[in-house]
Design a protein around this ligand. Structure first.
Ligand code: HMG
Ligand code: MG
Length: 295
């Protein structure tokens, strides 16, 4: 049984870090992630650099991505300008993103949900015409930092809109890490009425310690693609209180123990986690990383 892991550490993981890493440091991290066997890596983000200063060097990083034929690299783009910047670097995959809740969407990308659809549709159309693969994200599915509970119908609507734009997969995000397994069952059971499981991914944050339990619940619903971040880095600057993504080391450890294959070497992943921990100068949240380093 195979599970695909989408490594989002270089993007989601770093975007909220105060200490700005250099482009060569980010490129070395990405190289270590690729060497660990990860086959999908989100390398950076072509958003307004004033909004996310840590990723202002997206162009420099994406122009120097390590050549690994097995590895697919992508980057976040919010609009045509972001797409153009991604294309100039030779990227062949981009990810569009928006929220299931109105206020987070507004704070994160400065538009209402309805205003966002045509912008993303145009961006998707252009990316597909360029022969790119296009992924989609829905944020705040399990709760919004500003509005609290988010109606499931919002998520269904945004997911279905993204699919209709031609995205090959939608990542269902617990942006602020409030989800519990029961809710994960309910959300995916509802979404698979419209979209097949092969086109859905789980994107969990571990803010309240439920991240891996939520992965187990999503596995039960047939989901086989998960986003995670090296060391458990992460957070959204426009989601107060959001902490790390689930850690790639912890995810791989759990999946291998459950009999799933990921193609990832846990030992090499720990080396990458140790590298980024040393760059940032503080202990990272990954439990498997800390356990390995303590031995
Ligand atoms: P805006 O201010 O409404 O944009 O921002 P605008 O179109 O009015 O343009 C204003 C300025 O931004 C102009 O520059 C544009 O050129 C520039 P000026 O003329 O003032 O010098 N601009 C850009 N520059 C570079 N690249 C671009 C770009 N677009 C416009 N692509 C915008 C709208 C979407 C750009 C802004 O709100 C933004 O950058 N937001 C990104 C915020 C962000 O990255 N948040 C974190 C990622 S989402 C997330 O973490 C959730 C996720 O991980 C899933 C989960 O956890 O659930 C995906
Ligand atoms: Mg995230």
């Amino acid at each position: 049984m195979q599970v695909q892991i989408v490594e989002v550490g270089p993007r989601d993981g770093l975007q909220n870090e105060q200490k700005v890493l250099s482009a060569p440091e980010k490129i070395r991290l990405i190289e270590m992630l690729a060497e660990a066997g990860l086959q999908r890596v989100e390398a950076s983000s072509f958003v307004n650099p004033k909004w996310i200063p840590q990723l202002a060097d997206a162009g420099e990083v994406c122009r120097s991505l390590p050549h690994q034929s097995r590895v697919r690299y992508s980057a976040l783009v919010p609009n045509l300008k972001g797409l153009e910047r991604a294309r100039e670097c030779g990227l062949t995959e981009v990810a569009l993103f928006m929220s299931a809740s109105e206020t987070h969407n507004l704070k994160n990308i400065n538009k209402s949900i309805e205003e966002t659809f045509p912008v993303l549709r145009e961006t998707a159309r252009e990316a597909l015409a360029l022969g790119m693969r296009v992924r989609g994200y829905v944020s705040t599915v399990f709760g919004c930092p500003y509005e609290g509970e988010v109606p499931l119908d919002n998520t269904r609507k945004v997911t279905n809109e993204l699919i209709s734009m031609g995205v090959y997969e939608v990542s269902i995000g617990d942006t602020i890490g409030v989800a519990t397994p029961l809710q994960v069952h309910q959300v995916f059971a509802a979404l698979v009425k419209d979209v097949t499981t092969e086109r859905l991914a789980g994107h969990f944050h571990d803010t309240r310690g439920t991240g891996l339990a939520n992965v187990a619940a999503a596995l039960d619903e047939g989901i086989r693609i998960f986003d995670s971040s090296i060391g458990g880095l992460g957070g959204c600057p426009y989601a107060p209180g959001a902490s790390g993504n689930i850690s790639s080391e912890d995810l791989v450890y759990m999946l291998h123990g459950m009999g799933y294959e990921t193609g990832v070497s846990l030992e090499k992943l720990v080396e990458a986690g140790a590298y980024v921990q040393q760059l940032l100068g503080r202990a990272l949240p990954s439990k498997v990383l800390q356990a390995a380093l303590a031995q």
